[in-house]
Design a protein around this ligand. Structure first.
Ligand code: THU
Length: 129
């Protein structure tokens, strides 16, 4: 799949964010090994640390449906209608790393300047039991 398309899906998912505190809309699109796509967005809370990132929301939907093998996760963000690059936070990197070294992580300023990393490169020596 063209990763620009996966980014577009993440960008569209960012519209469903619940972000009354930051106004920073993040969307994530997870591509499973069998080519299904799951979307999520960030969900904030008045008690800030309770908030959920877009990546973990999207991955959890896929996991709940039984998926355990993933090809890629694209992340997109907007604030005040402007696109911003959104690299996954450390907690989301660890969450994704649970499911493989080589999952590709896609993000960037816009669909024409995407960066692609393997999760093991974004989280060297990630934790596994
Ligand atoms: N956020 C994400 O959804 N994913 C990330 O990887 C980084 C940050 C959200 C959390 C919060 O709702 C907003 O972005 C601003 O920090």
């Amino acid at each position: 799949m063209d990763y620009r398309e996966l980014y577009d899906i993440a960008l569209n998912a960012s519209k469903n964010a619940y972000v009354p505190y930051s106004g920073f809309h993040v969307g994530a699109a997870v591509l499973t090994e069998d080519l299904k796509i799951y979307c999520g967005a960030n969900m904030e809370n008045a008690s800030y640390p309770v908030s959920l990132c877009a990546e973990r929301t999207a991955m959890s939907k896929a996991l709940y449906d039984g998926h355990r093998s993933f090809k890629a996760v694209a992340v997109a963000a907007t604030k005040d209608g402007q696109e911003h690059s959104a690299a996954p936070c450390g907690m989301c990197r660890q969450f994704i790393f649970e499911f493989g070294d080589d999952i590709e992580i896609i993000f960037g300023e816009n669909r024409d300047s995407l960066k692609i990393f393997r999760i093991k490169d974004l989280l060297p020596e990630g934790f596994r039991l």
